[in-house]
Design a protein around this ligand. Structure first.
Ligand code: FAD
Ligand code: NAD
Length: 459
């Protein structure tokens, strides 16, 4: 049976549901298809949200472990009710996915559960139904990379399995020192696992400022994680009791673990959509090429989110989704901003935006950086004195801000001020002369700008 659909969205993650809801708000008749039973995609079901819930539990445990320094006696290793923790996390996910279902109903967005494939340039097949669309948005996301040589074993987890909280392994090996690996290391180290992180590259969180990544590394090590960089896993052997890992590179060692988390990246698989039938082709890495409006090259087919490549982040997907919905509905949206903020919700958080000093200089800009160490922040000292740094990258001539990195408590929240500043073409004076409340961590942003201008009196 063939049915006509005005606006079809494949994939109900943060990209897909944003596109669907925006299109519905613009008067389109929308059908949203997803293979899973709940809306929200990876982000709500097995990504951003459950990981942040577990990271909150980790933060509580960290605070408790530091309570004695403030004269508050609490059990240093309080018993953890895993079932209750799991239920709390799952409850948050259910609240949010259920909320989305309500928002879809309110907008009269029809939701179909099923796996979609193209059946032609203007049609998609879901089960035994064929949907002939006027416009289609592909928002099928990504899945964890599985190293092909790795065996199948219930003790070798991807991020989805790690978030299920099956148990707290005594010894946990995390392969990959990117954001997923380190967020999971933060969670399980707090829950009591002895965590070893094995990272192929020379620094954790490749792509982030090197000094900020070193501060994060030192903090993770102080909280009990062992972090090995320039090291690869050459063999992995599930044994009866444990899983054995052979390491080579900077560290040559045999490691025994009770569980292993594989966090070596995520991959899109656009080809699974039978793209050739729509006249499209996936790139070698499984993604679809698009322009800053999400256009694929086929007039009525857009692609957004992780399926279009990196950075694979929920907020990028959401913005792409709205842009595609608006363009397809006859509006004139601005293209996707090149400024996509990145935040690792580790302890401490690591957040960055825009250009690093090296990137700016490589682009031919006379760039400089100015930093403010959080050891000199009153607010930081009064709230635990965690390690931290605020660094601004700016153009020496124009004093325009080009990029920023923050590492420290709530760095992710502080980043938004700088993202807005860079979007608006702010100069150092704009930040330095904006009165920041005292004592706040946000003062470190103004202090870094003052330091660059030579007006700082707090150091
Ligand atoms: P997805 O969220 O991947 O959703 C795609 C949906 O499409 C899925 O529901 C899938 O079932 C469906 N689908 C796929 N193929 C088909 C098909 N053929 N037919 C029908 N349905 C289909 N990002 C952040 O910004 N902040 C974070 O804190 C963060 N934390 C993360 C933590 C973890 C553990 C993980 C794994 C990811 C995290 N991410 C985070 C990344 C974020 O989840 C993704 O960038 C985001 O979900 C991508 O959104 P999307 O709309 O492109 O697709
Ligand atoms: P990633 O690509 O960010 O990091 C993977 C890491 O694994 C890299 O550091 C890489 O050098 C390392 N690696 C690759 N192969 C390896 C090997 N064989 N042995 C050891 N190390 C190896 O991927 P990820 O951390 O899996 O995250 C996937 C995506 O999800 C990213 O795009 C990320 O931005 C997104 N994500 C975002 C958040 C957030 O915004 N807070 C949280 C989780 C995930």
């Amino acid at each position: 049976m063939t049915r006509k659909v005005d606006f079809l969205v494949i994939g109900a993650g943060p990209g897909g549901y944003a596109a669907a809801f925006r299109a519905a708000d613009l008067g389109r008749k929308v059908v949203l298809v997803d293979a899973r039973a709940t809306l929200g995609g990876v982000c709500l079901n097995e990504g951003c949200i459950p990981s942040k819930a577990l990271l909150h539990a980790a933060a509580i445990l960290h605070e408790m472990s530091e309570a004695k320094d403030w004269g508050i006696a609490v059990e240093e290793r309080p018993p953890i009710d895993l079932e209750r923790l799991r239920a709390r996390k799952d409850g948050i996910v259910t609240t949010l996915t259920g909320g989305l279902a309500g928002l879809a109903r309110r907008r009269k967005v029809e939701v179909i559960q099923g796996f979609a494939r193209f059946g032609g340039p203007d049609r998609v097949v879901v089960g035994d139904e064929e949907l002939q669309f006027a416009d289609c948005v592909i928002a099928t996301g990504s899945a964890p990379v599985r190293l092909p040589s790795w065996p199948e074993d219930s003790r070798i987890w991807d991020s989805t399995a790690a978030l299920e909280l099956r148990g707290v392994p005594d010894r946990l090996a995390v392969v990959g020192g990117g954001i997923i690996g380190l967020e999971m290391a933060t969670v399980y180290a707090a829950l009591g696992s002895a965590v070893t992180v094995v990272e192929l590259g020379p620094q954790i969180v490749p792509g982030a400022d090197g000094e900020a990544a070193s501060i994060l590394r030192a903090s993770l090590e102080a909280s009990g994680c062992r972090i090995l960089t320039d090291t690869r896993v050459t063999a992995i052997t599930p044994g009866k009791e444990t899983v054995g890992l052979e390491l080579s590179g900077a560290v040559e060692e045999h490691v025994e673990a009770d569980a292993v988390i594989q966090a070596v990246g995520r991959r899109a698989d656009a080809a699974a959509l039978d793209l050739a039938k729509a006249g499209l082709e996936a790139r070698a890495d499984g993604t679809l090429a698009v322009d800053p409006y999400g256009r694929t090259g086929k007039a009525n087919i857009y692609a957004i989110g992780d399926v279009t490549g990196g950075p694979m982040l929920a907020h990028r997907a959401t913005h792409q989704g709205k842009i595609a919905a608006e363009l397809a509905s006859g509006h004139h949206p601005a293209p996707l901003s090149a400024l996509i903020p990145s935040v690792a919700y580790t302890r401490p958080e690591l957040a960055w935006i825009g250009q690093s000093l090296d990137q700016a200089r490589a682009a031919g800009v006379k760039a400089r950086a100015a930093s403010f160490p959080w050891q000199a922040s009153g607010r930081n000292l009064t709230s635990g004195a965690g390690a931290g740094l605020t660094r601004l990258v700016y153009c020496e001539e124009s004093k325009r801000l080009l990029g920023a990195t923050l590492v420290g408590t709530n760095a992710g929240e502080l980043l938004s001020e700088l993202t807005l500043a860079i979007e608006m073409g702010a100069r150092l004076e704009d930040v330095a002369l904006t009165v920041h409340a005292h004592p706040t961590l946000s003062e470190t942003v103004a202090f870094a700008a003052e330091r660059a201008l030579g007006t700082l009196t707090d150091l």
